[in-house]
Design a protein around this ligand. Structure first.
Ligand SMILES: [Zn+2]
Length: 279
């Protein structure tokens, strides 16, 4: 399935990653846009990205957080595409399904290897694949959030006929998605940092992790050292990234997450069943 000269090397690294995962006691996974695009979620900055092709939409996105603070009703009308050049983009996104990479990560959690997933993706595909412990670093289209009391609610709990939707505390709700200029919710940031400080293996999938503060997570894990009591950092990306070049990751499995993660999960299962057989 994985073509080219690197195929043999990739097969070796898949075995290596499976062995490292099976040997870990607290493995965590970081995921980014590369995983979503394999599911057909539109990207923003690629050649055919939403913002590359629609500059007005990009300008609007930059003002979104302020729009909510100033006029929650106008924010919602824009988000739902009832006025202006807005679109019901988030509602379209909710129709997309998980791909083999999401299922592979869910399987690794199910067998007790992966303890948590920290994702930059807002599409909610990890949950759709069955993963239980997901931290949405940039929020999710599946939820609404109150900036006042921090409560979150499922989108489907609200009809969105009367705008803006209101929290139980009486304040307007916004999409849980973190917009430009908006701070990362502190509960998620704290939980993610605590995982980065606790893990002994970090699997980074479909992200170059260069956008801060998310980018601090691999750096934090790396600062705890390599080997022994240190942290193993493994990358799955289509191309080498700054994590590869700067030696943050121990090694890169180069290719599509949807082609690399399923055989890794298979291999981990194999190791675990052998272990059981001999135990
Ligand atoms: Zn509230």
């Amino acid at each position: 399935m994985i073509a080219g000269m690197e195929a043999g090397k990739t097969q070796d690294l898949i075995k290596q990653a499976a062995a490292d995962l099976a040997a870990s006691s607290h493995a965590i996974v970081l995921t980014g846009a590369g995983m979503s695009t394999e599911s057909g979620v539109a990207d923003f900055r690629g050649p055919k990205g939403i913002w590359t092709t629609n500059k007005q939409a990009e300008a609007q996105a930059y003002q979104r957080y302020e729009r909510f603070l100033n006029d929650p009703k106008a924010y919602w009308e824009e988000m739902l595409g009832t006025v202006g050049s807005g679109s019901d983009f988030y509602r379209q996104m909710r129709k997309v399904g998980p791909n083999p990479s999401h299922h592979a990560i869910a399987r690794l959690e199910q067998v007790g290897i992966v303890k948590s997933v920290i994702t930059q993706n807002v599409d909610g595909l990890h949950e759709k694949a069955g993963t239980q412990n997901v931290m949405h670093y940039h929020g999710t289209v599946e939820k609404l959030r109150c900036l006042s009391c921090g409560s979150r609610f499922g989108v489907d709990e609200y009809s969105l006929e009367k705008l803006p939707p209101l929290c139980r505390c009486g304040r307007p709700l916004k999409y849980d998605v973190v917009h430009f200029q908006e701070p990362i919710p502190s509960d998620i940031m704290d939980a993610a940092e605590s995982e980065a400080m606790k893990c002994d293996l970090m699997l980074i999938c479909g992200t170059s992790a260069v956008v801060y503060p998310f980018a601090a997570l691999p750096a934090m894990a790396r600062s705890r050292g390599r080997g022994g009591s240190g942290v193993k950092i493994i990358e799955v990306n289509a191309e080498p990234t700054p994590l590869t070049h700067q030696g943050v990751s121990d090694y890169l499995m180069q290719g599509k997450t949807g082609e690399i993660l399923p055989p890794v999960a298979d291999e981990v299962n194999e190791i675990l069943s052998q272990r059981e057989g001999h135990g």
